[in-house]
Design a binder for this molecule. Structure first.
Ligand SMILES: *[C@@H]1O[C@H](CO)[C@@H](O)[C@H](O)[C@H]1NC(C)=O
Ligand SMILES: *[C@@H]1O[C@H](CO)[C@@H](O)[C@H](O)[C@H]1NC(C)=O
Ligand SMILES: *[C@@H]1O[C@H](CO)[C@@H](O)[C@H](O)[C@H]1NC(C)=O
Length: 416
């Protein structure tokens, strides 16, 4: 029996549902069970509560929540004992259900599209989202980086993860034509697009670049036969790690034109860090029109919003104003749903699986879902992205183990 099975067995034998299913017919034993079942229910919950309590104690004792760490810190893994969450023993994953979702022999292709620009002056390159400004050199594993090198390292890790999880995919980097950065990688292409990439305008420029890109693709695809397969596009921030194949989204949900990720957050229910677009002519066109509408909302309503948030606020405003579902409840869902938004079929995917962020701070959280596909290293978590890649590349090259490392480290605030 492997340790995974042992653990699984332990969870199952504690689970009230499991016991309930095995209720024997014998009356005396049934009475006995009537007492045992609630006890088991209590024990089961007690276990998860103490687990959470222990984590909180750990972080209180560390007392480091406000200080930012310049090295990897591992705490306890959250979600232990929950059967739909990754179970870890140290940085060893005990279950790994999610690792086999590749579409066999697909003739279609998925390209990732991100915006990155490098300034010729002394200011650091722009990485989306913007890095907080700490000026010193930092070290990750054996490498040391200044600000520019750090951003390039994150872009490099972004590409590395894609090449591991979706080796057939291309990475397309939309960039200011005047910015030159050293990047020679296979299956990675820099696409210069004119625009105003200055810091204050960057999120605005990003939508504009996406729209321009889709426009050009629309023209190109018109001359292309679908026999060659479709080329889907996923627009992303570059501080994310793709840890599983995303192509199955396009098969499992064959009707959407574009897909967004949602979460239960009243002010910002949508994250603009991932936008998937189906590679048919019709969907490319609809996605372009959709983004043009978001851009319009951005310029008319949110142009003064903090430079990081404008696009996200505009996206949520536009979607909410066309949603035929109750936005007060629908984003509390944990499963995907779709809705017609101004002529486009939009698929809403839960951030929990498709845009998972390690929670920071001392609040409770319930671990990492088994089938997580995208990890987003928002805010002061960029170091963790590089540390995670380093761990992956220098140990067994086992994604679930790396996910355990991310899970255990998720509450730490890092220096970049
Ligand atoms: C993964 O899926 C493929 C094809 O569906 C199958 O042949 C293979 O046995 C699976 N591997 C595991 C480890 O389940
Ligand atoms: C990092 O440095 C240590 C000790 O200096 C060495 O043992 C290790 O192999 C190095 N790792 C890498 C990835 O270069
Ligand atoms: C992965 O690790 C090897 C050494 O084990 C190193 O040579 C290589 O550069 C690393 N690759 C990346 C992309 O970090």
């Amino acid at each position: 029996m492997s340790s995974f099975e042992v653990l699984n067995y332990r969870i199952k034998s504690k689970s009230p549902l499991f016991v309930g299913m095995k209720l024997p017919i014998c009356r005396r034993r049934r009475i006995g069970l009537l007492l045992v079942v609630p006890l088991l229910v209590i024990l089961f919950h007690f276990n998860t509560v103490t687990e959470l309590y222990r984590q909180d104690l750990f972080y209180k004792r560390e007392g480091k929540m406000s200080r930012k760490s310049d090295h990897l810190i591992l705490g306890p893994a959250a979600g232990q004992g929950l059967s739909d969450r990754i179970q870890c023993q140290g940085t060893r994953a005990l279950n790994k259900a999610h690792m086999n979702t590749t579409v066999a022999n697909s003739i279609n292709k998925v390209s990732f599209v991100t915006v990155f620009t490098f300034y010729n002056d002394t200011s650091p390159p722009i990485l989306l989202p913007l890095l907080s400004s700490s000026s010193d050199r930092v070290s990750v594993a054996n490498a040391s980086y200044d600000k520019k090198e750090r951003s390039l390292a994150i872009l490099g890790a972004f590409i590395d993860f894609i090449q591991v999880s979706m080796p057939k995919s291309e990475v397309l980097i939309l960039s200011d034509p005047s910015s030159k950065f050293p990047l020679k990688r296979e299956n990675v292409f820099v696409i210069p697009i004119q625009g105003d990439y200055s810091r204050d305008r960057l999120m605005l420029q990003r939508i504009k670049s996406y729209i321009f890109f889709l426009e050009r693709r629309y023209e190109e695809h018109q001359e292309r036969s679908n026999d060659m397969g479709l080329n889907h596009y996923i627009f992303t921030d570059s501080d994310i790690a793709i840890v599983d194949d995303l192509e199955p989204i396009f098969q499992e949900y064959p009707d959407f034109d574009l897909a967004l990720t949602f979460r239960n957050n009243k002010k910002q229910p949508l994250n603009s860090g991932i936008i998937a677009v189906r590679g048919t002519l019709d969907s490319i066109l609809k996605a372009k029109v959709f983004l043009e509408s978001v851009l319009e909302v951005y310029t008319s309503r949110y142009i003064k919003a903090s430079r990081m948030l404008g696009d996200q606020l505009a996206l949520a405003w536009f979607v909410k104003s066309h949603l035929s579902l109750d936005d007060a409840t629908i984003f509390k869902n944990t499963s995907p749903f779709s809705n017609e938004i101004n002529g486009a079929t939009v698929l809403f995917l839960p951030c929990l699986i498709y845009n998972w962020t390690p929670p920071e701070g001392s609040g409770q959280f319930h671990g990492m879902p088994l089938d997580v596909k995208v990890v987003h290293f928002k805010g002061s978590r960029k170091r963790l992205m590089l540390e995670a890649w380093h761990f992956f590349n220098s140990t067994s090259k086992h994604i679930p183990n790396m996910l355990c490392l991310i899970l255990m480290s998720g509450r730490t605030k890092y220096d970049f």
